[in-house]
Design a protein around this ligand. Structure first.
Ligand code: GDP
Ligand code: MG
Length: 441
């Protein structure tokens, strides 16, 4: 994709804001890439629309092409869509023994994932885990789990010939309770295709076990089919999370995006091989990079943006030491602060401001306040921003009203601006060159 995009954009040399045409051309390529990565058509279409809205009009970072910039926006949007709420690796397994139900088609990797998950819970969280195979369809399925269990040192429910899945689930529950296990994982039978019987059986087991987590195991190579499977399982059984297996293969992982978009269920884990330790928590960045095949471009654009920010800071610094610190500068600083996650990041760019950082922090300086302050600056006229001395009572009233705040809020902002300006001037006298150099380190 990256090559194709840079081809398209080599011809576009102009810099500045992304035009609608730029974005459209780039997104045509992106859409193809998504489809090639097995993202379903409606999902790809929706996604591209979303990116289009975000990208049009955005400023192009110096030293990257518009195409590269679009790719970065696509990547970020993709990560956003893929990311579920909360920590994907954190399973609800308090109140022992907590049942986990594994569902999915035959061969999707349920049994393997059951063992991987058991090993992870045992080793990382120190849980006592019991595994039980409910697969009465395939002749050697139960033995398969027992063998995996002995490999990883996790107990499996003893096999009783002739029992049905519901009876096994009941026995697993009793055993988990009596044996003092923290978690028990029920590995169900799958079918090659979804059918009534499979769903009915899974539903019965669910009703008996009342699982805390129901994980749908999906073969990451199956692409679009996976989405229908996920929707069906979620509809009939109720799924709390998805595990994508075979992500060590050649697949691009487009199923991940489709599945998130269609079911809204979080992807919790990713299977990366046949071995019992080949399970990782889901990381949206990695899958996004894989779907688009363009990790290097994202890194490039990020780097370029960092450089620009440093340049802006340097420019501002120069103005500051000359005593030209106006409201626009202050607004830019406030915006930087928001972006860098508060005071700390900003202070690292501006030496000598530690004391003020503390004061500001004590005053309860959080994102909400910063946003309000930005709103205040925004409701000033151009002239007022350049010369805050103009701000007399009536202007103050108008500005505060425009931002939906009180004059006292505005006064606080003005005081802060004055203090910062004074400090800048003092620092300027201390020696411009030295400080600037230090600041830019
Ligand atoms: P089940 O029918 O859903 O229980 O599927 P199995 O757990 O028996 O897995 C079917 C096959 O897929 C086995 O050969 C596994 O070793 C293999 N498998 C499962 N997960 C992965 C994975 O993440 N990567 C690879 N390469 N193979 C996997
Ligand atoms: Mg199995």
């Amino acid at each position: 994709l990256s090559e194709r995009l840079s081809g398209v954009f080599d011809r576009l040399t102009k810099q500045g804001a992304l035009s609608e045409e730029d974005v459209k051309t780039a997104l045509r390529e992106v859409r193809v890439a998504l489809l090639e990565a097995d993202v379903s058509l409606p999902v790809a279409r929706d996604f591209v629309k979303k990116v289009q809205e975000q990208a049009t009009g955005q400023a192009v970072t110096k030293s990257v092409t518009p195409g590269q910039q679009v790719v970065k926006i696509v990547h970020d949007t993709l990560v956003d869509v893929l990311r579920g709420e909360g920590d994907p690796g954190a399973l609800k397994i308090d109140n022992p023994p907590a049942p986990i139900l594994m569902v999915g088609l035959q061969g999707s990797g349920k049994t393997t994932t059951t063992a991987k998950l058991a090993k992870r819970l045992k080793e990382r969280e120190g849980k006592r885990v019991l595994m039980a195979s409910l697969d009465t369809n395939r002749p050697a399925a139960m033995e398969q789990l027992a063998i995996l269990g002995s490999q990883i040192g996790v107990d499996t429910l003893p096999i009783v010939k002739g029992e049905d899945p519901v009876a096994i689930a009941k026995r697993a529950k009793t055993q988990a309770l009596l044996g003092g296990y923290d978690v028990y994982i029920l590995d169900t039978a799958g079918r090659l295709h979804i059918d009534e019987e499979l769903i009915q059986q899974a539903a019965q087991v669910r009703d008996v076990a009342q699982p805390r987590e129901t994980l749908l195991v999906v073969d990451g190579l199956t692409g679009q089919d996976a989405v229908n499977v996920a929707a069906e399982f979620d509809d009939k059984i109720g799924v709390t999370g998805v595990v994508l297996t075979r992500m060590d293969g050649d697949g691009r992982g487009g199923a991940a995006l489709s599945m998130r978009a269609v079911t809204g269920k979080p992807i919790r884990f990713v299977g990366l091989g046949e071995k019992t330790d080949a399970l990782e928590t889901f990381e949206p960045d990695r899958i996004a990079g894989r779907i688009l095949g363009m990790g290097d471009i994202v890194a490039l654009v990020e780097k370029a943006q960092e450089t620009i920010e440093a340049e802006q800071a340097e420019k501002m610094m120069r103005r500051m030491v000359k005593g030209q610190f106006n409201m626009n500068d202050l607004k830019m600083q406030l915006e930087q602060m928001l972006k860098m996650g508060g005071m700390e990041g900003m202070m690292s760019m501006m030496p000598g401001m530690g004391k003020m950082a503390k004061q500001v922090e004590e005053a309860g300086f959080d994102d909400k306040i910063i946003r309000r302050q930005i709103a205040l600056v925004q409701s000033m006229t151009k002239k007022e921003r350049a010369n805050p001395k103009l701000l007399q009572a009536s202007r103050k009233k108008r500005i505060a009203k425009g931002a939906g705040l009180d004059v006292s809020d505005l006064n606080k902002l003005l005081k802060m601006h004055r203090q910062m300006g004074d400090m800048m001037k003092k620092m300027g006298k201390m020696g411009k060159g030295k400080m600037l150099k230090q600041a830019m380190k």
